[in-house]
Design a protein around this ligand. Structure first.
Ligand code: P6P
Length: 290
């Protein structure tokens, strides 16, 4: 415990200060992937470059992961988690960086864990259902507690860091204000705001309760903050397979977005189908269409 809190005194490729648990989690995740014998190459938020697995020359899988997402909240005891996406490499693949710059539609599996009041695991396969598991500490096993998860089509909950609203583009400002100040006579009530600042926690709540999570690209972060390969694309696959939607700030389907680099970023709107549709409709009024 004495060594687990606080900063590791280093930073990662995208400039985030690494917490000690970031480094520990990264080491554990890489060791587990390598020892599986099934992984040829790994992308980790905590590593500048790809991590080849030379001891698994015939392996066919690539894993993109954020070992401890939300780690800036660790010292405050907020839920954090691991986000992962799994690609199947072509026969004879060299496992190069370029082979990983593909859209999320190429993912064969994706999911995330959340280390909070309970330890949750949410996974999905290409074209499959979304299944949620809860760790039973007595058994030391994940128990299937949420089979075939389906999102509510709508829910009056929005999750966005309003501290960035000064930098938001006009369509985002109009959209968020439409949730906070329903049009006169619409009979609508203001949405509830819920923002934890840990993507896995905000995403898990949105997946279960419905609503929308957003981290828009803005004037301060023109490409957005969240990373495509190991945050946006895996989450988009989970939400789509649960009946939701996920788009970037250009209103393109998130799973069709191709990263320009392994740590490339994107804006993201992720949530219940109808809630994301509202974002799309407001942007269309401003001429922003996929
Ligand atoms: P902000 C955590 O650092 C993270 O990458 C995501 O888990 C989270 O959704 C986001 O950044 C929070 O960013 O700028 O609101 O603190």
């Amino acid at each position: 415990m004495a060594q687990l809190s606080g900063l590791a005194g280093s930073s990662n490729m995208t400039g985030d200060d690494q917490k000690k648990l970031d480094v520990i989690g990264n080491d554990i995740f890489i060791a587990a992937m390598k020892s599986s014998g099934r992984v040829k190459v790994i992308v980790s938020e905590e590593e500048d470059e790809i991590i080849p697995c030379p001891d698994s020359p015939h392996a066919r899988y690539a894993v993109a992961c954020d070992p401890i997402d939300g780690s800036s909240n660790l010292d405050a005891g907020v839920s954090v988690g691991t986000i992962f996406g799994i690609f199947k490499l072509a026969e004879g693949s060299k496992g190069t960086k370029e082979e990983l710059l593909v859209p999320g539609t190429e993912l064969v599996a994706a999911g995330f864990t959340m280390y909070g009041a309970s330890t949750q695991l949410v996974i999905t396969m290409k074209g499959g259902s979304v299944n949620g598991f809860t760790m039973d500490n007595a058994l030391g096993e994940f128990i299937l507690t949420h089979p075939d998860m389906k999102m509510p089509k709508k829910r009056a909950i929005y999750s966005v860091n309003e501290g960035n609203s000064l930098y938001w583009e006009e369509p985002v400002k109009e959209y968020v204000n439409s949730l906070k100040y329903p049009a006169e006579g619409s009979g609508g009530k203001p949405y509830s705001g819920r923002y934890i600042g840990s993507m896995v926690a905000d995403a898990y709540r949105t997946l279960l309760y419905g609503g929308i999570f957003a981290y828009p690209a803005d004037k301060k972060s023109p490409k957005g903050k969240l990373r495509i390969l190991y945050e946006c694309a895996p989450m988009a696959m989970v939400f789509e397979n649960a009946g939701g939607q996920a788009v970037n700030s250009k209103m393109q389907r998130m799973l069709t977005v191709i990263p320009e680099s392994i740590h490339d970023r994107s804006g993201i709107f992720l949530g219940s189908y109808d809630e994301v549709q509202k974002v799309i409709d407001v942007h269309a009024k401003h001429g922003v269409k996929a």
